[in-house]
Design a protein around this ligand. Structure first.
Ligand code: NAP
Length: 321
């Protein structure tokens, strides 16, 4: 396809870096806007990537840095906010996309790809899902002949650098014998970050995807307990996973959201009250992508977490270092 100049908001994160790599390899020129250039080191070496430090919440800066782009991709997102009143989520998930879309209109940028989340809807159970849902509906309502919008609704995303399998791997490695687990029966359909990035590329190449909302899931559904047990096995760790009751899960959320970095929060607990599983037609398949299995990828990057894990991974993937 024709090379484009693409503005990327949220391009310094886990998904953004994978996506930027793919876009750059496909020959596109990128303008990645970040609040802190230093946090986006992975992008420094990519060809044709202009990494711009900017306040993305300031419309004037958006206008200055996105001028000349053919397409804008919006991936900025947070899993937790300060406090628990939804204002932090709204600022990033609702107010920011509104400003970005308004900037696209102002500058005559005709293509906008939007990152939402599975289960996002304005009456969802958590601030995270409500704010994501409100924004997704709004950007599609704003779409028209002058602004073609496509959005993506992934379940939890896995891949090198993720904060899902890697987080559990870190916790398992430092928790001896038993592992108390909140929301153990919540179900997920993890999707590979490479497939998510490919979905963006396919949508970019095909204007017929305008107006579509793609649910993105992997080939299999797992409970959180199965995911944690699989992670422990992959690392060669013997841990007994103890599912917490609903009351204890909520209590754990209240305690953990006070820990720096908020490993788990009341809002995460509320999001986990609904299975993160795709309904209906497979979004990746609609885009011509065969979803990658967890088992084909995760052992390769979890290997770094333990010596035994490294050994198992080498046995499973002899070519991988
Ligand atoms: N990872 C998943 O499992 C998953 C699942 C479903 C949906 N999603 C969605 O996919 C998107 C990317 O996820 P990710 O895992 O790559 O997240 P991530 O690694 O945490 O990256 C988040 C990005 O958002 C930007 N950001 C964070 N807080 C911001 C703020 N207050 N104002 C402006 N920008 C802010 C960051 O940009 P700078 O720090 O560079 O400014 C960063 O590039 C998010 O919208 C997320 O909700 C992710």
């Amino acid at each position: 396809m024709q090379q484009q100049t693409i503005g990327l908001i949220g391009g310094s994160g886990f998904v953004g870096v994978h996506l930027a790599n793919r876009l750059s390899a496909a020959g596109h020129r990128l303008r990645v806007l970040t609040r802190r250039r230093g946090t986006a080191r992975a992008l420094w070496v990519l060809p044709a990537v202009d990494l711009i430090e900017a306040d993305v919440h300031d419309p004037a800066q958006l206008e200055r840095h996105l001028a000349g782009c053919d397409t804008v991709m919006q991936l900025a997102g947070i899993l937790n906010e300060h406090g628990d009143d939804g204002r932090g989520f709204r600022r990033v998930h609702v107010d920011l996309p509104r400003k970005v879309v308004a900037t696209c209109r102002l500058l005559g940028i005709r293509r906008y790809l939007h990152m939402s989340a599975l289960n996002a809807r304005p009456d969802g159970p958590s601030h995270y899902l409500r704010s994501k849902g409100e924004a997704e509906d709004w950007v599609h309502a704003e779409a028209g002949a002058d602004l073609l919008v496509t959005s993506f609704r992934p379940s939890v995303i896995f891949g090198p650098g993720d904060s899902f399998y890697n987080r559990f791997a870190g916790l398992l490695a430092t928790t001896p014998f038993v592992f108390p687990l909140a929301c153990a029966e919540a179900r997920f359909q993890p999707v590979y970050v490479g497939d998510v990035a490919e979905a963006f590329l396919r949508a970019l190449a095909d204007p017929a995807t305008a107006g579509a909302r793609y649910e993105l899931c992997g080939p299999s559904v797992y409970t959180l307990r199965e995911i944690v047990e699989y992670t422990a096995r992959t690392l060669g760790l013997c841990r007994k996973v103890i599912p917490l009751s609903d009351r204890l899960s909520r209590l754990q959320a209240e305690v953990f959201e006070r820990i720096p970095g908020k490993p788990f929060s009341r809002d995460n607990y509320r999001s986990a009250s609904e299975d993160s599983v795709c309904q209906g037609e497979c979004g990746l398949c609609r885009l011509g992508i065969t979803p990658m299995a967890v088992e084909a990828v995760v052992p390769g990057y979890l290997a770094g977490h333990s010596a035994r894990g490294r050994l198992s991974a080498l046995r499973a993937f002899p070519g991988q270092r």
